[in-house]
Design a binder for this molecule. Structure first.
Ligand SMILES: [Zn+2]
Length: 266
């Protein structure tokens, strides 16, 4: 039986939702080298794809990674240059979890050759597909909108101070999507909604947002890093139905606004 690298639902609208981090799949030989802390997969964007189950109604193409971010991080550049120079960050093939636990048993961490092989085997196929879908959509509509779906624990002391806002929208400070569009998307969150929010705060957009977002060539990209406390239950793994019911219309309003505002700026 072969395991898929990703799940793809191609559709005809101008929007593509990318989710590079919900996957938990590990190749058995890699899993055998990992610690129990890593096998628990604390750093996955747990269930994030399920929050966007309205994608079909919007005609949005959906690309969801199947492999764990511990195999290779699809939202890091293939040369492993840091996303946020000067700050702690997890790399292309991280050695430690966000909490600082070792991912590999002693002496079993991947070397440079192993990481390069992972890029070829696991990183390239996702990006080849994402690039192909963006090209297809742009050919059809004249532009393409990319929404990169992420989530993270709201408290991660090695990554940021204090508590993260609930909704962290990243446009790479306007380089991946015009600021007017990103601002309108943030404004689509109802004022009375109990979600704290920020644009281009700690998370400005990772590799996918920065690499594919190219407003001059009519590709607009936004990243949404959602605090997991906004939709997960106390076990930090399973969806809380009430929280899901509350956040879903907010996500829908933000994406509806992305779809309506972006064409005014292409
Ligand atoms: Zn993520």
């Amino acid at each position: 039986m072969t395991t898929p690298d990703y799940h793809l639902a191609p559709r005809d609208g101008p929007l593509i939702l990318s989710a590079p981090h919900p996957g938990r799949q590990l190749p058995p030989d890699m899993a055998a080298r990992m610690t129990q802390a890593a096998l628990d997969q604390p750093d996955a964007d747990h269930q994030i794809d399920r929050l966007y189950d309205f994608a079909g109604e919007l005609g949005a193409t959906v690309l969801t990674a199947a492999w764990s971010r511990y195999v290779v991080d699809l939202n890091r550049p293939p040369d492993n240059s840091p996303l946020y120079p000067g700050q702690f960050g997890s790399g292309l093939a991280p050695a430690e979890t966000f909490d600082g636990d070792l991912i590999y048993k002693e002496g079993r961490a991947p070397g440079a050759e192993d990481v390069a092989a992972r890029v070829a085997r696991y990183w390239r196929p996702y990006h080849a597909q994402l690039g192909a879908q963006i090209a297809r959509i742009r050919a059809r509509h004249g532009y393409c909108l990319v929404w990169d779906c992420h989530s993270i624990a709201p408290i991660a002391p090695r990554l940021f101070d204090g508590r993260l806002p609930d909704i962290n929208l990243g446009s790479f400070s306007g380089a991946a999507c015009p600021t007017a569009v990103a601002e309108a998307v943030l404004e689509a969150i109802p004022r009375d909604a109990a979600y704290s929010r920020v644009r281009d705060g700690r998370f400005k957009g990772g590799y996918i947002t920065r690499h594919y977002g190219d407003p001059a060539n009519r590709v607009f990209a936004l990243q949404l890093e959602l605090a997991q406390s906004a939709y997960l239950g106390p076990d930090q793994r399973r969806i809380d139905a009430d929280k899901q019911a509350a956040i879903r219309p907010v996500l829908r309003a933000m994406i509806d606004t992305f779809l309506s505002e972006a064409p005014k700026h292409v």
